[in-house]
Ligand binder design. Structure first.
Ligand SMILES: [Zn+2]
Length: 82
């Protein structure tokens, strides 16, 4: 019976960690002082649409801090790791 209890605790812990990770990996969109910022999915920097390099993916606009990050993102897409 003790083994089952540990198994249950382990399962609950696993679920909690998994939900925390899922929450942390949600695409973030923050509104700061009236101007919208977007997170660069490659390096994690927040950019405003005016300063960003804009990539397009399936009709969605994705904002990057630089051309290099856009290129890296496209490389990742092409290699299938996203
Ligand atoms: Zn970047």
């Amino acid at each position: 019976m003790r083994f089952l209890l540990w198994l249950l605790l382990g399962y609950i812990g696993f679920r909690i960690i998994k939900s925390l990770l899922a929450g942390a990996h949600k695409p973030e969109k923050t509104v700061l002082a009236g101007s919208e910022t977007f997170q660069d999915p490659v390096c994690g920097i927040y950019v405003t649409p005016e300063d960003a390099t804009v990539g397009r993916l399936e009709g969605q606009r994705i904002y990057f801090c630089s051309r290099e990050c856009l290129d890296k993102y496209q490389e990742k897409l092409n290699s299938g790791s996203i």
